[in-house]
Ligand binder design. Structure first.
Ligand SMILES: Nc1nc2c(c(=O)[nH]1)N[C@H]1C(S)=C(S)[C@@H](COP(=O)(O)OP(=O)(O)OC[C@H]3O[C@@H](n4cnc5c(=O)[nH]c(N)nc54)[C@H](O)[C@@H]3O)O[C@H]1N2
Ligand SMILES: Nc1nc2c(c(=O)[nH]1)N[C@H]1C(S)=C(S)[C@@H](COP(=O)(O)OP(=O)(O)OC[C@H]3O[C@@H](n4cnc5c(=O)[nH]c(N)nc54)[C@H](O)[C@@H]3O)O[C@H]1N2
Ligand SMILES: [Mo]
Length: 760
């Protein structure tokens, strides 16, 4: 542990001056106070760029500033004055860089020119763009089969770049599209269509002003989508109950001061957020939701017996749903004692929350990684949809389901073709528009791609953004697999671990970032993104690129395509010159969603993609919204070990996924270290662990692989019983590759069965 590590509980409201100070500090530390502040004024404005941090949409209200502390941090670290240039790589060998922390790597600044790995010297050395493309083209053409290559996408990639990438990869001959969504909201993308016919949220931002109750399940709003706090503050001021369901009492869900409210800032006022905090056990959400349904059914039965009005929306259930009787039978067969034991919540609290829900005529349920990253994550989402359907909370103002997406364009990337399981109809259409025969066999998602690397069947990895190696499970195993590849390519803004754990040949291709000006042959270009509420908006950078040698993602994708497919009839080069041509092709492939794309995108607020359940249209097999059953109550497979605790791997307030902005986590009272485990005091006592004592974590798994992380400090923290938490990516070595959501394949990063060992 670092010498200056310390711990001090945070007792103030979240937001407020602390957030304002942290914003200024990030800009100053990256030496971009003036430039960064100016750029912040363009962030999320109609003629500016979209914040690269999260996928929360802009509000409908008029506001002068529309950014948050963590968006400002993301911008400061992107606009940093520091540079990782040829001199930097000449000074540091890859072995030297491997010994540095992720925080140190992130601090070094922006990549400036293409580099290739030189095995003789163990250094990255400059390479010309043409030579880099030639290497990629030759290697891809030299494979026995296109399925030997894995094409990763991270969710910052624009619609235009992602779309062309998907065309290139399919024209090359594979559907291997592992993407960050596979580790994130994939249970939503795959699970929700089974319930309501679409894998996207059904609310728009204006619904928050009309909601009569809001649920936040397994999502750390104040850190990961801080602009959402504005909606919650407004809702609470209107007296709307907010129910937070979380094994950790996250600060911003308790009290919050709007950093953009000068009166509150000056008077130190704050708004209480959660009117009801459900201190659920990790993995107890399904039990909680089933408890709510049980309480609703009991109330309905009592009302029916008394001849009074009940709590279920019987018209909606009759006219719009299927599977009610099966659901009812499942809930009737579930005992309260089991619900209480598995959820960790008192029966009376679940009943109280059910009453809050029953009194609301319009309820929004939001959820994040605390729900998706479980072995039955998709089926927990089904239970959320069930609860909403019981009171007709789809297709009416102020109501609906709200998966809070992560990366700013993760939703859009899927919409425009980053999908390892494309439908036949989509492939037909793609083939018609571009004049080739796309591969029909489904490709690899993240877990399958890692397995292909481990098995040695994958030979090439290309990463369009992101930091695959530190996002995936089983770090140690994955390192070895990645090092066995013939070629790894990182298309990136910043140096990260993925560039250091590389194949026999390796390239780093540096890109123009979201906040930077992108000028091509026909003039300055803009790109588009789709936020978590299906609004498509334009994004136009305002800053000078970090180096004159950077290329846009679109440029790189098109030139990789040309190098790999020299005879391709697709006019790749024309798309580099004029991005509106790409939007025309997107409209051709998806006429239902994007007809008239280039005209509609000129509207200042962009346009909204159709979400059929908003009109009570259900594109499911049954043609109705389906009530779906989760067998039993456990959202993770039970483990027969009395010492087992469930580990949730989470984000600190000062990181963006694998990129670490500082080693502190202010709202959780942790300073200058990330090697901690948050534990309930009684669990500590039961296992002989002392507060602030050193511990190690060991995974409980039956695959014969020993997984252990040492050097952690155990912190007594108000966790629910049986639940512990620590940081991602430091704890990823504990995550078995086979521990994933059954429906979607998403690694179950919130429920790793572990033992805590004293003196680690
Ligand atoms: N500043 C910043 N913003 C970000 C990101 C970032 O790293 N930094 N990442 C972006 C991305 S890609 C994503 S996906 C989102 C992630 O945003 P979140 O979904 O908020 O992700 P996590 O920080 O992983 O934490 C999820 C929450 O789930 C809770 N939790 C853990 N296990 C359970 C459980 O079993 N049940 C319940 N009910 N809760 C549980 C944890 O205590 C935590 O509060 O944020 C996006 N925005
Ligand atoms: N244990 C555990 N593991 C997890 C999670 C968890 O909660 N727990 N969460 C999962 C989730 S939700 C996600 S989304 C994944 C995240 O996985 P990724 O999306 O792969 O990871 P990031 O850390 O967001 O990627 C950061 C890198 O992206 C590059 N980058 C930044 N901006 C740009 C850009 O504009 N263009 C390009 N080309 N590159 C850019 C930079 O080089 C930076 O180093 O991790 C997953 N892994
Ligand atoms: Mo994510």
């Amino acid at each position: 542990m670092a010498d200056d590590a310390h711990f001090a509980p945070y007792t103030h409201p979240a937001g407020g001056w602390g957030a304002a100070k942290a914003t200024a500090k990030a800009l100053l530390e990256q030496s971009v106070a003036g430039k960064g502040s100016r750029a912040l004024l363009s962030m999320n404005h109609p003629d500016g760029f979209k914040c690269p941090s999260c996928a929360w949409p802009n509000p409908e209200r008029e506001k002068t500033l529309e950014f948050c502390e963590n968006g400002a941090k993301a911008l400061a670290f992107e606009a940093t004055k520091r540079r990782v240039d040829a001199a930097f790589f000449a000074e540091h060998s890859v072995t030297d860089l491997m010994a540095r922390s992720d925080y140190w790597l992130e601090e070094q600044g922006r990549l400036t020119e293409p580099m290739r790995y030189d095995p003789a010297s163990d250094h990255y050395v400059p390479v010309g763009w043409d030579e880099a493309y030639a290497t990629i083209g030759e290697t891809l053409r030299g494979l026995d089969h296109p399925d030997q290559a894995e094409f990763y996408t991270s969710g910052r990639t624009s619609n235009e770049a992602a779309f062309l990438y998907s065309v290139f990869v399919r024209a090359y001959g594979t559907n291997n599209f592992p993407d960050c969504s596979n580790m994130c909201h994939e249970p939503t993308s795959r699970g929700l269509p089974m319930s309501i016919g679409i894998g996207k949220g059904t609310v728009v931002i204006g619904d928050f002003a009309k909601a009569e109750a809001i649920f936040i399940i397994g999502q750390n709003t104040g850190t990961n989508s801080p602009r959402m706090m504005t909606e919650l503050v407004h809702a609470r001021k209107r007296g709307v109950p907010i129910v937070a369901v979380n094994p950790m009492p996250e600060r911003a869900l308790i009290r919050f001061t709007e950093p953009q409210d000068p009166v509150k800032m000056a008077t130190f006022g704050s708004t209480p957020i959660a009117s009801e905090f459900c201190h659920v056990r990790i993995g107890g959400d399904a039990a909680f939701l089933k408890g709510m349904m049980k309480a609703l059914f009991e109330t309905q039965d009592a009302a029916d017996a008394a001849g009074t009005e009940g709590v279920l929306d019987l018209d909606f259930i009759r006219d719009h749903t299927a599977g009610f009787d099966t659901l009812r039978a499942d809930i009737d067969a579930t005992d309260w004692s089991d619900i209480v034991a598995v959820s960790g919540l008192p029966e009376e609290q679940i009943r109280r929350v059910a009453t809050i829900y029953a009194r609301s005529n319009a309820t929004i349920m939001c959820f994040g990684m605390g729900v998706t990253q479980h072995q039955q994550g998709a089926r927990v989402i089904h239970q959320i949809a069930n609860v909403l359907m019981l009171r007709g909370n789809f297709g009416k103002p102020g109501a609906g389901i709200c998966p809070v997406r992560g990366h700013s364009n993760v939703q859009g990337d899927r919409t425009v073709g980053i999908d390892e399981k494309p439908t036949a109809a989509y492939l037909d259409r793609l083939g018609q528009v571009f004049g080739f025969d796309p591969p029909r066999e489904h490709g690899h998602h993240v877990v399958e791609s890692v397995k292909a690397m481990i098995a040695g069947t994958a030979r090439v990895f290309i990463g369009l953004g992101g930091n695959f190696i530190h996002a995936i499970p089983d770090t140690e195993v994955a390192y070895k697999a990645m090092r066995g590849l013939d070629l790894t390519v990182g298309i990136a803004t910043k140096l990260n671990r993925g560039h250091l754990v590389h194949g026999k040949q390796a390239l780093i291709l540096p890109v123009i970032s979201r906040s930077e000006i992108d000028v091509q042959a026909t003039g300055p270009q803009f790109v588009t993104i789709e936020d978590a509420m299906s609004n498509v908006t334009s994004s136009r950078g305002v800053l000078e690129p970090a180096s004159p040698h950077l290329r846009s993602e679109i440029d790189i994708v098109c030139r990789m395509a040309r190098a790999a497919l020299p005879d391709s009839a697709i006019a790749w080069e024309s798309y580099i010159d004029d991005y509106s041509l790409i939007r025309d092709r997107i409209a051709d492939v998806y006429p239902d969603l994007f007809a008239g794309f280039n005209t509609r995108i000129k509207e200042p607020q962009g346009f909204h993609l159709t979400i059929p359940p908003r009109g009570r249209i259900w594109k499911t097999d049954s043609g109705r919204a389906n009530f779906l059953v989760l067998d039993g109550l456990d959202e993770d497979r039970p483990v027969d070990d009395a010492a087992m605790l469930r580990l949730s791997t989470i984000r600190s307030h000062d990181q963006y996924n694998t990129t670490i902005y500082s080693n502190s986590d202010r709202y959780r009272g942790v300073y200058n270290t990330r090697m901690v485990v948050f534990m309930n005091r009684e669990d500590m006592a039961a296992q002989g662990i002392t507060d602030r004592g050193r511990v190690a974590l060991e995974t409980i798994a039956d695959d014969g692989i020993a997984r252990r992380v040492d050097g952690l400090v155990a912190l007594a923290y108000p966790m629910s019983r049986g639940s512990i938490a620590g940081y991602y990516p430091e704890l990823n070595p504990l995550m078995p590759i086979d521990h994933f959501d059954e429906i979607s394949g998403t690694p179950a990063a919130k429920s790793i069965p572990v033992r805590v060992m004293a003196d680690g």
